[in-house]
Ligand binder design. Structure first.
Ligand code: NAI
Length: 678
């Protein structure tokens, strides 16, 4: 090496062979993000590179986590006007054009995450080389933030790999491994770590022809075929997202359909479209959701707790799946139940999970080896996390915890997965009740990201921190909540579900109720959701909550359970279920559903949100929004219930609630907390 120059983000190294290596290394961060000032500095560095008249340029990252995780999402939230957005995007376009037009070979050397703006930067290089492992992930996650690639990526990806594969990546937001990226020609080469640098030198010396899509892909990009392909893709997108809720995928398809014949025009249109999307409500709210998620991920970071062995007691639906999840995440797990038969079913489900997630027999076997059925409960003595998930019975839980306390190591975290029993009651027989926390997982465990970290007044802050740390380490989002009936998520979800049952009682067809909720933006209607959760479980939570809150348990829900019509699991609930699908009857053409269905559903929820904030069930409105979005799927593009209330105007919303009370009854009685909202 004969020369090094370093700035804040980028470091240039030049070797005797006159190849320049440009290292990206964001100070004080584990990942590289394309912040505006890192991009400005890149511009300066490129000038320096050009002055050296190098044989070639290699752009690489010094971070172990990967190449570049994308543009700076937080800076999107700070953009104040459309003009500002356009200017910012145009600046990056200019920079990437400069990179693209350099008169010598340029190589992006990719390992780990190469996402969004990072992938766009690499596409402006003449060549891309990726590490050939599964941990190297390339993709365009922009659509999840309500936009599409805006640093020239919508043009360059189509140019490199053709519209079918490029649009699939941009519309789905999915990532591909280094090897898969080579297969689809997104990268030129995929090689093991030890060969990365040699491969970069080789490509610079050889300068092979640059990647181009095959003839079929070129045909798909031709003007006569684009409308048909765009039409087909729009139909696919419509199955997942409505244009009025999520405009970005539709905007991307129109952008491609109308501008793909003229690259220059397509670059300009990309800037305009993405600037529009950035300023739109959906993207602003999805960026907010991203930030809320970051906040949840940061919970528990003060604790350096590192669990090795998890002991789960109760191998039913929840305990079995929690144990499987922990084993999947690499922990040693012992699973205790009263009989081996019970455990057999749990182990079988775990095997299915491992097969689906891990695919390779060697990894599946290793996960199975980590999960130990343990009828005798030997694992308890070695555990550093004990999770109780036996059936919901206070006396039995109290007795069990007294036993656990005697046997588990003194510093083990003791947790209950109870969904409705106040923690302080479960802790009544404990010598050290401050050790007990709630780790409230949601069903299905493998899919639901949120875990409520429940603290009673007795719970030690340290124990709650440890629990949050553990939840984060197993890949979940911890939400600290106070121990009160239903905690946060079930308490807020229940009035919403019960209002749906009231509507059914009034003769509104189930399909009309669900459709109104979908139109509002819920991922699944409340009637279908009740059937999926199980009507017996809904009834039991509703009955428990009705002891504390002004909730009336509808008679038709009790009847359904009496007749063993429990929903999806019994094949019949509010819907009939066939092959795992609700059989929704078409709504009579002459029937006009009431106009306020969605309003009735969501205002029950909103009123309970306000009550929870007033009672400090959760620390603040942002955490509440995070909990409801990740715990119930509440329309993410609306930014969360409290954010939605504020964006609509608190007094207008309160007024609507008062009207609902006059029309439909006491269940809409305005909570006192509304007056304290500003
Ligand atoms: P479940 O009835 O499917 O499983 C309970 C298991 O505990 C059974 O296998 C039973 O044999 C075992 N068990 C009972 N007493 C035991 C003891 N003394 N020692 C060892 N094993 C014992 O119940 P599920 O649905 O898994 O619920 C468990 C806990 O999780 C409850 O507290 C429930 O409130 C909570 N929960 C349930 C959710 C759900 O959707 N089912 C969601 C979130 C929490």
């Amino acid at each position: 090496m004969n020369e090094i120059t370093t700035n804040e983000y980028w470091r240039l190294e030049t070797y005797d062979d006159n190849i320049v290596w440009l290292h990206f290394d964001t100070p004080g961060s584990a990942t590289n993000v394309l912040k505006w000032d890192a991009l400005d500095e890149l511009q300066v560095k490129l000038k320096e590179v050009v002055q050296k008249h190098p044989r070639g340029l290699v752009i690489l990252s010094d971070k172990a986590s990967g190449f570049i995780v994308g543009a700076d999402v937080h800076s999107f939230a700070q953009i104040e006007s459309r003009e500002q957005a356009e200017q910012a995007l145009s600046r990056v376009h200019k920079l990437f054009f400069r990179l693209e037009s350099l008169g010598f070979p340029t190589v992006a050397l990719i390992h780990g995450f190469c996402l969004g703006g990072g992938l766009e930067l690499s596409l402006a290089c003449k060549y891309r080389i990726a590490r050939n492992d599964d941990g190297t992930r390339l993709g365009f996650p922009e659509v999840r933030l309500g936009i599409f690639p805006g640093f020239g990526g919508s043009v360059r990806s189509v140019r490199r790999i053709g519209p079918i594969k490029a649009l699939d990546l941009m519309l789905s937001g999915r990532t591909v491994s280094g090897r898969a990226a080579q297969h689809m020609k997104l990268v030129d080469l995929a090689v093991p770590q030890r060969q990365l640098k040699a491969a970069a030198r080789y490509i610079i010396h050889k300068q092979p022809p640059q990647q181009k899509p095959g003839w079929l892909d070129q045909l798909a990009n031709s003007a006569p075929l684009r409308p048909a392909l765009a039409w087909y893709l729009r139909r696919q997108v419509a199955k997942k997202a409505r244009p009025e809720h999520y405009p970005a995928p539709y905007a991307l398809l129109a952008h491609w359909q109308h501008h793909a014949s003229h690259p220059r025009e397509m670059y300009n249109n990309e800037v305009k479209q993405v600037a529009d999307l950035i300023m739109g409500r959906t993207a602003q709210n999805l960026v907010r959701v991203f930030q809320l998620q970051e906040r949840l991920k940061a919970q528990g970071k003060q604790s350096d707790f590192k669990a090795q062995h998890v002991h789960v007691i109760g191998g039913g639906i929840m305990g079995g799946d929690i144990a499987a999840w922990c084993a999947f995440k690499g922990y040693r797990v012992s699973l205790q139940d009263q009989t081996a038969r019970q455990l057999g079913a749990a182990v079988k489900r775990a095997h299915t999970l491992f097969k689906r997630k891990l695919k390779k027999p060697r990894l599946i076997q290793a996960a199975m080896d980590r999960l130990m059925p343990d009828v005798e409960g030997h694992g308890l003595k070695r555990a550093d996390v004990v999770i109780e998930a036996i059936f919901e019975d206070l006396k039995v839980k109290q007795k069990l915890f007294a036993e656990i306390e005697k046997q588990a190591p003194a510093d083990a975290l003791l947790a209950s997965n109870t969904s409705s029993i106040p923690l302080q009651q479960i802790a009544e027989n404990l010598q050290n009740p401050q050790r007990l926390v709630g780790l409230h997982f949601f069903n299905p465990v493998a899919q639901m990201l949120l875990v409520e970290i429940v603290s009673s007044e007795q719970t030690d802050a340290d124990a709650a921190q440890k629990a949050a740390r553990f939840a984060k380490d197993i890949g979940k989002l911890p939400l600290p909540v106070r121990s009160s009936p239903g905690f946060l998520v079930n308490r807020i979800l229940m009035p919403y579900l019960l209002e749906a049952v009231n509507l059914l009682d009034e003769g509104v067809p189930a399909a009309a109720i669900d459709e109104a909720a979908l139109q509002f933006g819920m991922p699944m209607g409340p009637v279908e959701l009740s059937d999926v959760v199980g009507l017996d479980i809904c009834l039991s939570v509703a009955e428990k909550l009705s002891g504390f809150l002004a909730i009336e348990v509808p008679e038709n829900l009790q009847k359904k359970v009496q007749f063993k019509q429990l929903g999806k699991k019994s094949g019949h609930g509010f819907y009939r279920w066939e092959k795992g699908k609700a059989q929704k009857e078409a709504i009579d053409k002459d029937y006009t559903p009431p106009l306020d269905i969605a309003e009735r559903l969501v205002f029950r929820m909103f009123n309970e949100c306000v009550a929870c904030l007033r009672e400090s069930v959760v620390e603040d409105a942002d955490l509440l929004d995070a909990g409801i979005i990740f715990g119930t799927g509440f329309a993410p593009f609306r930014g969360g219930p409290m954010h939605y209330i504020k964006s609509q105007g608190v007094s207008d919303m309160q007024h609507k609630l008062e009207n609902l009370q006059q029309q439909h009854g006491e269940q809409f009685t305005t909570d006192k907390g509304w007056n304290a909202l500003s």
